[in-house]
Design a protein around this ligand. Structure first.
Ligand code: GTP
Ligand code: MG
Length: 194
């Protein structure tokens, strides 16, 4: 796993456009601009497999990538996005339908910016995953940004928030796509579902 090539399969804009649920998949969810697409590129070692941007709202479809026998799924962000309101609402509905209704979804990696911690919109998605009984694991992104003390404070607070969520996997993974930190740990976590 991760030794083989990863390829873009398709971008989906409606539930009926999903590829057949015939293999295991894991997805990357999180607020707009948190670094979901960058993490997919860093994990697969492909610089431009998933499109990234400074502009929140870059990813507007559910993007399926093949990796050996399973799927990596890059989701549109939730929360603020630089796109027209009806468009954002449409992709938010799709995102929620996918997160709560995809039979082969084994784990949601819920990305949180290491400078900002868990926000109200994250809580809303976590509650959705609790009710759908879909296990999620928090992945802190951009750990190259905060100072060490600030990062510890964010982690402490977050541990208290996560115990309230029955669907939360307790271990938090710290990553930096820019520096390459935490990627092996995350790869190992993903590999157990393959
Ligand atoms: P949407 O598709 O709009 O929801 O965004 P996204 O979550 O896919 O974020 P994306 O990967 O496009 O990255 C957003 C911005 O954060 C880009 O400018 C990236 O270069 C930057 N970024 C991503 N990962 C890191 C990181 O580990 N460190 C730093 N310093 N910047 C990062
Ligand atoms: Mg993206």
């Amino acid at each position: 796993l991760f030794a083989g090539e990863s390829d873009f399969l398709k971008g989906v804009v409606a539930m009926d456009g999903m590829p057949p649920a015939d293999r295991v998949e894991v997805c990357f969810a999180g607020r707009s601009n948190v670094g979901k697409s960058s993490l997919i590129n860093a994990l697969t070692g492909r610089k431009a497999l998933a499109r990234t941007s400074n502009t929140p709202g870059r990813t507007q479809e559910i993007n399926f990538f093949t990796l050996d026998g399973f799927y990596l799924v890059d989701l549109p962000g939730y929360g603020y996005a630089e796109a027209p309101v009806p468009v954002v609402e449409k992709w938010q509905r799709l995102l929620k339908a996918y997160l709560s209704g995809r039979a082969t979804l084994r784990r949601v990696f819920l990305l949180v910016d290491s400078r900002h911690g868990i926000k109200a919109v994250d809580e809303e998605i976590m509650a959705l995953l609790d009710s759908a009984a879909v296990t999620f694991q928090v992945v802190l992104t951009k750990t190259d940004k905060p100072k060490a003390g600030a990062l510890d404070a964010v982690i402490d607070k977050m541990q208290g928030q996560l115990v309230k969520h029955p669907a939360a996997f307790p271990e938090i993974i710290l990553t930096s796509s820019a520096k390459g930190d935490g990627l092996d740990l995350l790869r190992a976590e993903i590999a157990q579902f393959a």
